[in-house]
Ligand binder design. Structure first.
Ligand code: GTR
Length: 379
């Protein structure tokens, strides 16, 4: 080859590399297998060490750690009433916990009257109304424990009441307090004989989905974690943002109390974050994970969520649990619909081997299903 041709090739190669380097920050999610000491996870045996690092990163930079002291739960359970022609029983429990048992929350537990123990879906969104299609969920053999997470933290920027006031000197933020409230409900549920304590599902919508996701990520008693339309600060990435989606800058300005103040330091350059939300999804592995999305819910970044899901699925692959991570997209906008709940029941049936799976849980409607990151699971 002549000298000038070689020079031309070299120039083209340098230009291509430069273009790639420029595009990289937008199109790469951090490698969850890269340990803090620079080495890379080599096998599933290394994962628990890396998992502990990831947990630490997320609590430090994003949510704040919830207190582990004074978490004893006392339950006062009311009388039973019957619903749906006797097909379900319902009771209300008042749980108290925290310093001087001063944190109080009400849980409405509805169970099928058939033979148990029953799997149970735990949802903290009672502040937004009742579960749509409750009767259908019970008919499928699932109990529902509904509570109002805002009893534990009122969702206001001023820290004036709730668990974050009662526990003094802790740096946890609202989403962390809500996640903690799921765990206190579970503390009680596992003492209820009609409940199958190995089949606990946590779910929630939007900000409640962020909370359910963190709860399932941290509490290993949870068998299935199902954030619905959880978006920014939930299952959606900070780095890859769909047109019209919520950004780190917007969310930390509008809802400063949801996160530790330090998260906002990354507002001008999210590529400096030492994690992205696939790290949070990966904490759930190898337990069940179902990420439900709505195609027109652009604020919650359905396209970016496909990428965090694909990235977290690499961790599931490492742990030989690929089939336990699912993602679905329905038409329509932001909401926790009866259809979303039915999808979750189908997924739980599939994981709990209650009947044949009739559907798939790996919808990848964007980008031809292609990954927007360059690394993959070791091995
Ligand atoms: C929005 C917020 C989202 C989402 C939503 C909701 O205003 O920007 O992150 O949490 O509220 O909870 O419905």
């Amino acid at each position: 080859m002549s000298g000038w041709l070689i020079a031309l090739f070299l120039a083209a190669a340098v230009a291509a590399a430069a273009a790639e380097a420029k595009a990289a920050p937008d199109w790469d999610l951090p490698d969850p297998f890269r340990m803090e000491d620079g080495s890379r996870v080599a096998s599933s045996a290394d994962w628990s060490r890396r998992r502990a690092e990831i947990r630490g990163l997320l609590l430090k930079h994003e949510y704040g750690a919830s207190p582990s002291a004074d978490t004893r739960v006392t339950a006062t359970v009311g009388g039973v009433s019957y619903l749906f022609d006797g097909a379900a029983s319902q009771r209300r429990a008042t749980l108290t916990t925290g310093p001087d048992q001063a944190v109080a929350m009400t849980v409405e537990l509805t169970l099928p009257t058939g033979k148990g123990p029953h799997p149970v879906m735990v949802c903290g969104d009672a502040c937004w109304g009742s579960v749509p299609g409750l009767q259908r969920i019970l008919e499928r053999g699932y109990g529902v424990a509904a509570f109002d997470r805002t009893e534990v933290d009122p969702d206001t920027a001023e820290r004036t009441k709730g668990a974050r006031v009662l526990y003094k000197g802790e740096d946890w933020a609202t989403i962390s307090a809500w996640a903690w409230s799921f765990s206190r409900v579970i503390d009680w549920l596992i003492t209820v004989p009609e409940i199958d304590d190995r089949r606990i599902v946590v779910t929630g919508h939007s900000r409640g989905g962020k909370a359910a996701l963190l709860a399932g990520a941290l509490d290993e008693r949870v068998a299935v974690t199902a954030p619905n339309n959880s978006g920014c600060g939930g299952a959606a990435p900070y780095r890859i943002v769909d047109k019209g989606s919520e950004t780190l800058e917007i969310i930390t300005r509008a809802f400063p109390h949801w996160f530790v103040p330090g998260l906002r330091e990354f507002k001008d350059d999210v590529t400096r974050l030492p994690f992205d939300q696939h790290f949070l999804l990966a904490l759930v592995a190898p337990r069940g994970l179902l990420v439900t999305n709505a195609l027109d819910d652009h604020w919650a970044d359905p396209e970016g969520t496909q990428q965090t899901f694909l990235a977290a699925r690499e961790v599931y692959r490492l742990l030989d649990a690929g089939g336990r991570a699912g993602i679905t997209y329905r038409p329509g906008g932001h909401g926790h619909t009866e259809e979303d709940w039915a999808t979750l029941v189908d997924f739980a049936d599939h994981l709990f081997r209650r009947g044949k799976p009739e559907r798939k849980f790996d919808a990848l409607p964007f980008n031809g299903g292609k990954k927007a990151f360059r690394w993959s699971a070791p091995g």
